[in-house]
Each structure stands twice: as structure tokens, then as C-alpha cells.
Design a protein around this ligand. Structure first.
Ligand SMILES: NC(=O)c1ccc[n+]([C@@H]2O[C@H](COP(=O)([O-])OP(=O)(O)OC[C@H]3O[C@@H](n4cnc5c(N)ncnc54)[C@H](O)[C@@H]3O)[C@@H](O)[C@H]2O)c1
Length: 295
């Protein structure tokens, strides 16, 4: 899928933040999108750091002045996330937004999901997101000459699979429902503490990234085929595979949530699925003709 052309804005002018999972997919697209919105510096972080230089070079080639700093971080390790946030504060004296986007997926059905696989899923998608929120909030409370007032915006990548049971495999679905719990709990806690920190989720529908290929080890082809067959049998899902969004659609929503334009949005989980959830079931076509005549 072609990279989506971006509209240059300045809604994040002067701001500094972190994107996790920035070496691939939605995270890599987010580096472009946050740069196009005028961010001063982006810490592009990933547990696999081999693509981070290319992501930074891409931003420079597109002519954005944003400084992109690649950092290798495993979000499941609290001390590594702490180190990342301390680096941001030491180098820029401010942390304005944190896009906790890194995550993994699997394709095991209920009967083939091992306790170890579920634990691993929760470790990355929930504990990793929790570590990100906790250290991001501490970093955002930091004030300096560069940022005299505490506050900021934390965005967690959830999923369409955070809203119902039929969109992903069980371990993944459980982890993304928990991610929404994290959004709500953190928004409430940080709101009641008057921190000026907002926490929201962005929930992608099927998105054109390498997430399946990046996570196929340990997940059998048979299990993946079984899941796809199940999705087809569910009736409302066959359209899912043709409704794939470019990763920039998700990333641009994260830019909005990071900016002051979303000042009133807190504790929400915004689904970005190109309307997939609103699609009628296959039988409703029998009942009405959705075409409309031109004037
Ligand atoms: N692609 C989709 O269809 C889709 C749909 C819904 C939600 N999501 C969510 O979007 C987010 C990004 O996924 P993507 O599609 O861009 O996948 P991706 O595999 O292209 O990118 C995910 C990145 O996260 C990194 N990562 C994995 N474990 C990590 C760890 N422990 N610490 C730090 N980084 C780690 C990977 O190295 C990878 O670069 C994930 O949270 C995923 O669950 C994706």
C-alpha cells in the first residue's frame, strides 16, 4: 500500500514525544504523521531497532525539520521505559505526548492458546502499555524552563478487537479489552489527581502492516486458517479483509489526540476502522437498496 500523502500542519509545533513500536507499521507511519504536524522531536522506539534509522531518514527526506531519535526499548521492562523517558527529559526538558503503540498479535484459537502464550500477549500488550503510561505520566509531570506547566497526552493503540469478541484471536482480544481498561483507569486516576494529562485509545480495524508476518513464530498456519474460516462463517466479517486501512489513518488520529485540538477528549477509545463496524450484515442488502441517484 502506497504511503498516504500528508497535510502539513503545526498543531504539534514545539512539542516532544515518544512513539513505541516505531520500527514498523502504524508506529513507523506515526513518525511521519507527527513530523508532518510540526513536532520538534520524536523519540522513535522499538524492541527491534534495525528499521529506526530508515524511519528517521524517511522523515528527513520528506523535508520535515523534526529531530528523530531512534531508541531500542523493550516496553515489557519497566526500567527500559524509565530510561527512555529520562533520556527525553534530560535532552529536551519536556515530554508532551506518548504514543504507546507497540504490540503483538497471535492467531491461536481458544483450544490451542497455551497459558504461556496468553502470558506473553498480556506482558507486551497490557504490562508494556502500563509501563508506558506510568513512566509517560511521570515524565509529563516534569516541569522546566522549556515546559513550565505539567500535563500531556498519552495515546494507547487498542484495536477494533477491544470492542467485541469476533475480531481477533482470544489472547489478543483479551489483551486489547484490558488495554481499554487501562485507558479508562489511567484517565480517571490522572484526571482526579489534576495532572493535566489525558489518556485515550485509538482502535485500528484491519490495517496494512506486517503485524501478521512479524508474529507468525509459534502460531500455526492451521490455527490462522481456522480463525479466518471462523471469521467468514460469522457472516458480517467477510468484508473485513477488503476494508484494510493504511497505517497513516490510525496515526493521524493519534496526532489529533496528542494535540490541544483534542483538549476535551479523555478516557475514550476512538475506533478507526473505515466504518467497518457500521457495515450491514449480508442479509440487509435484501431489504433495501443503498444506492442513491445523482441530482
Ligand atoms: N495491523 C492491524 O491490523 C492492527 C489492528 C488493530 C490493532 N493493531 C495494533 O496496532 C499496534 C501496532 O501494530 P502494527 O500493525 O503496526 O504491527 P507491526 O508488527 O508492524 O509493529 C509493531 C511493532 O511493535 C514492536 N514491538 C513488539 N513487541 C515490543 C516490545 N516488547 N517492546 C517494544 N516494541 C515492541 C515490534 O518490533 C514492531 O516494530 C499494535 O498494538 C497492534 O496490536 C494493529
Amino acid at each position: 500500500m502506497q504511503a498516504v500523502p500528508l497535510v502539513k500542519t503545526s498543531i504539534l509545533a514545539g512539542t516532544v514525544g515518544v512513539i513505541t513500536g516505531a520500527g514498523s507499521g502504524i508506529g513507523a507511519a506515526a513518525v511521519r504523521c507527527f513530523a508532518a504536524a510540526g513536532a520538534k522531536a520524536i523519540y522513535a522506539s522499538d524492541v527491534v531497532d534495525r528499521n529506526l534509522q530508515a524511519v528517521a531518514d524517511g522523515v528527513a527526506q520528506e523535508g520535515y525539520e523534526t529531530e528523530v531519535i531512534g531508541v531500542k526499548t523493550d516496553i515489557t521492562k519497566s526500567d527500559q521505559v524509565e530510561e527512555l523517558v529520562r533520556k527525553v527529559i534530560a535532552e529536551h526538558g519536556r515530554l508532551d505526548w506518548f504514543f504507546a503503540n507497540a504490540g503483538i498479535v497471535d492467531f491461536e484459537v481458544l483450544s490451542t492458546t497455551t497459558p504461556e502464550a496468553l502470558t506473553r500477549m498480556l506482558d507486551v500488550n497490557v504490562v508494556g502499555a502500563f509501563n508506558s503510561v506510568q513512566w509517560a505520566a511521570r515524565g509529563m509531570m516534569n516541569t522546566s524552563d522549556a515546559k513550565p506547566t505539567p500535563g500531556g497526552s498519552i495515546i494507547i493503540t487498542t484495536s477494533l478487537a477491544s470492542t467485541f469478541g469476533g475480531m481477533g484471536a482470544p489472547a489478543y482480544t483479551i489483551s486489547k479489552h484490558a488495554a481499554v481498561g487501562l485507558v479508562r483507569a489511567a484517565a480517571t486516576n490522572l484526571g482526579m489527581a489534576n495532572t493535566g494529562i489525558r489518556v485515550n485509545g485509538v482502535g485500528p480495524g484491519p490495517t496494512a502492516t506486517a503485524i501478521a508476518q512479524n508474529n507468525m513464530q509459534g502460531a500455526s498456519q492451521d490455527a490462522m486458517s481456522a480463525l479466518m474460516e471462523h471469521a467468514k462463517a460469522a457472516g458480517s466479517n467477510p468484508a473485513a479483509m477488503s476494508a484494510v486501512a493504511p497505517p497513516e489513518y490510525i496515526a493521524q488520529t493519534a496526532v489529533f489526540l496528542a494535540s490541544d485540538m483534542a483538549a476535551g477528549v479523555n478516557g475514550e477509545n476512538i475506533i478507526v476502522d473505515k466504518g467497518l463496524r457500521q457495515k450491514p450484515d449480508p442479509f440487509s442488502g435484501l431489504m433495501f437498496n443503498p444506492s442513491i441517484e445523482p441530482l
